[in-house]
Design a protein around this ligand. Structure first.
Ligand code: PLP
Length: 400
């Protein structure tokens, strides 16, 4: 099919040409004296993206799932109790992994469409007078439902109760797109993958670790080998890795971090907020609802759109792909057929999103959804034209 495939799944996201080019490198010796020049600046730059002032970052050659495993295996022991709200497929999968690794998970079953409810976390911690719960695990942005939780608020209830549990956060579909403040929010362990806000292919699992989590490592007895923080720490100190790193991805990561710094993290977050708000205007104009149930939960990186009961969302996704070369996210697990998801994160602007919204409208019309064709695109345009957008900076050599 001519033209580009429109990739609007919530990860992997579009890889900017500049990052693609940066990864076109010959293979090299990852034990050479020159190699640390590439790797050493990556760690402080990643810490800045996490908002981490005190702590350390590890980069594993894995996907986000590997980073989940690394976070658990290095800091917890078999039989440890942890508390985790389940409100979507990714919180579910993380809980499943915790259970498979031998942790005892107090699951807070939560309606899909809501986020982590601080009052319920507080109740559970209040009942834990013995402080048996070792960690609270929250998915910051539940990619399955398009819901963002308030991590700072979760930390506040933990502090108010004086509960010593560690706070683990999955920031896979938020980091580099939605404001994240590791140190200010008192996060002890945050994880992400490379294929979302960092605009890279999948292949890097990144973990940010607080000094308290590092302390927990000393007594944690879960088995770890490939994902050992200690092995990483030892090699990383000199800019090396304990095994062969994913070399082109590290070059890509350097470029990605440079791009985020050039745009400025506050601007990156504002752009994602603006784009997401325009998408929600479109959904509203179509007469449809988001899976996210309230303004406080709306995600700035992904919108799950609920379709009328008479329509199968899978058909909309299939038509979008086959007829219009537009990739949309599917409804996962119990949301299958009930929602389609529009990913709006990474290297993206308004005009690209208008193309996607137009494609969604064509696919919905073909699938028999009853809505006013053009209404969503018009609503998003109205919103974005009114919203403040920083002007494009034209390089002086071109402007002259
Ligand atoms: N956590 C969240 C919130 C995700 O969205 C994903 C993937 O989409 C994962 C974890 C798993 O990451 P990966 O697919 O990179 O293993």
């Amino acid at each position: 099919m001519p033209g580009r495939n429109f990739l609007f799944v919530p990860g992997p996201t579009n890889v900017p040409d500049r990052i693609q080019r940066s990864m076109m490198v010959p293979m090299e010796d990852h034990r050479s004296p020159r190699f640390p020049q590439l790797t050493q600046p990556l760690f402080p730059a990643l810490k800045r993206v996490f908002g981490c002032r005190e702590g350390e970052v590890f980069i594993f050659p894995s996907s986000g799932t590997g980073a989940w495993e690394a976070s658990l295996a290095n800091t917890l022991s078999r039989g440890d109790r942890v508390l985790a709200p389940r409100f979507g497929q990714f919180s579910h999968l993380w809980i499943d992994m915790m259970q498979r690794l031998g942790l005892r998970v107090d699951v807070l079953e939560t309606e899909w469409g809501l986020g982590a409810q601080e009052d319920r976390i507080a109740d559970a911690l209040r009942r834990d007078t013995e402080h048996a719960i070792k960690a609270v695990m929250v998915v910051h942005n539940e990619t399955a439902t398009g819901v963002t939780s308030d991590i700072g608020a979760v930390r506040r209830v933990m502090d108010d109760l004086g509960h010593p549990a560690l706070l683990f956060v999955d920031a896979v579909s938020s980091l580099g797109s939605i404001d994240f403040r590791f140190t200010d929010w008192g996060v002890d362990l945050a994880i992400t993958g490379s294929q979302k806000g960092l605009m890279l292919p999948a292949g890097l699992g990144i973990v940010c670790v607080s000094p308290r989590a590092r302390e927990a490592e000393k007594t944690a007895d879960l088995a770890r080998a490939f994902f050992s923080f200690a092995d990483m720490r030892k090699s990383n100190a000199d800019g090396y890795f304990p095994y062969t790193p994913a070399l082109p991805l590290l070059y890509g990561l350097r470029e990605s971090l440079a791009m985020l710094e050039e745009e400025g993290l506050p601007q990156v977050y504002a752009r994602h907020a603006r784009l997401a708000a325009g998408v929600r205007e479109a959904v509203c104009a179509w007469g449809l609802a988001t899976c996210s149930r309230a303004t406080r939960w709306h995600s700035n990186t992904v919108t799950a759109v609920a379709v009328p009961a008479t329509v199968d969302a899978t058909r909309i996704i299939d038509i979008a792909y086959r007829r219009y070369d537009l990739s949309l996210g599917a409804g996962l697990s119990k949301l299958s057929g009930r929602v389609f998801r529009i990913g709006h994160l990474g290297d993206l602007n308004e005009v690209m999103l208008l193309g996607a919204l137009g494609g969604v409208e064509m696919a919905m019309a073909d699938a028999g959804v009853d809505f006013a064709a053009g209404s969503g695109v018009a609503a998003a345009q109205r919103f974005w034209r009114g919203a403040h957008r920083p002007a494009l900076v034209v390089p002086e050599t071109l402007a002259a």
